[in-house]
Design a protein around this ligand. Sequence first.
Ligand code: MSP
Length: 496
Amino acid sequence: MAKNTFYITTPLYYVNANPHIGHAYTTLAADIVSRHRRANGEKVFFQTGTDEHGSNIEKIAELNKVKPKQWADKVCYEFKAMWQDLNIIHDYFIRTTDPDHEEQVQLIFEHLIKTGDIYPGTYEGLYCPMCENFYEEKELLNGDCPVHKKKVENVKEESFFFKLSKYEDKLLKYYENNPDFLSPKHRAKEIINFAKSGLKDISVSRTNVSWGIPVKSNPKHTIYVWFDALLNYITGAGYQVQKNDTEKLKKFESVWPADIHLVGKEIYRFHAIIWPAILMAMDIPLPKKIFAHGWWTVTGEKMSKSKGNFVNPVDMIEEYGLDSLRYFLFREVPFGQDGDFSFESLKQRYNADLANDLGNLFSRILNLSNKYLGKEMPEKPENSVLFEKLSSDTAYIDEKINDLQFGDALNKIWEAVSLLNKEVDSQKPWAMAKTDLEKAKFFLKDSIWSLRLIAGWLYPFMPNTSAQMQMYLGIGDIKSYNPDDQKLPPLFPRKN
Ligand code: MSP
């Protein structure tokens, strides 16, 4: 079977912390892309999940006096619930403790021992237990981990190694021949420079971490969490070392290579260097694009569990509604850059862009059209002016979403909202109706159809708002809005 499905992934979230805005950001981005593609008739496979092994999880479970798996079950449930609260439609939720995944990880590890890409040795190095990552002296910030700003540990242990060094040239050639593979460009440059500075073999097993997948041929070792977690992108898609399950095989062939791996910038190296090298060693084609987005910060610091400065999306949903949050996160900051989060800017966007611009436009046009056109939604007028003009923006919006430039797509949508608001202000259809009723009707029909267009554009970003707009605009089952039976509620009531 040939590939026929668009495959998009998020990182697997660690179960040491409850989900916050930072996690929601990546998963929402994947939701926007997959809703948009599905709406355009494409088959989509959207995978997310949780990363459940490793010493951090072991420690936090111990602190809470439960088994690591029990702890993982609890937090995994929180993530699943959060994705539901955020109206995220994923196709598959993988846990690294899933028996299928664990089995494949073990088999892949054994396979790579056989090919010589994984070999036994001794490791000595500087380790940040919070990142579960080794650092080189030159990468430290005043001797501390560059992400957590905490002391790193000097660790010496027997370990299996993955022959990353063997893939340095191959990777560099691949980056060069596939300029769209790593994105955005400035991050690609960092990766290329890092690879050019020389890649060392990496340790991929631990003897001092019991909460992990055992190495089959040497169970004193557990498999390094990153090696385990990265493999999710293929195991979740049905990859098997021994191709004996035909259903899974079919599935894998229909989705792989993945179209987009979305990740945060702090884990780009794992995804842009180690992951492609593992795939090369396995002789599996590489994903098409690996995109690194920026961080949400709070007064300049990365939002994270360990810093205790994280924002819970549920608080914002309660105050402003889900779609306002979905809108804010992708309008406020270009995807790929960092952005500082504040309730003040959320409120400002809410009142200005949603309550004022979009909400008012919607109720003005619907109320006027009810007055002058009646209850039935109109046919599209011939020679529509605004609708024709705006229709040509659809291609641009599609392109920007496909390119993960969500902010540009939203800017374009809000240009249309502003244009319509200005037209209503200047044409004054209520006054026009007194002198030239036909002209006023034409204008309102044109506006209704333009709003239908906007409602469609908004769908991937704000699915509930889009559905509500479409219902009142007579798209779908309800063909008219009857002001005698119901009062049109504001889409976004103003907040003081
Ligand atoms: N478990 C690893 C990923 C393994 S993927 C094979 C991991 N997990 S994480 O839970 O710490 O973070 C996962 C992702 O959450 C990051 O890549 C990033 O996308 C997102 N974010 C976490 N905090 C964030 C912010 N403050 N801002 C934006 N996104 C951040 O890393």
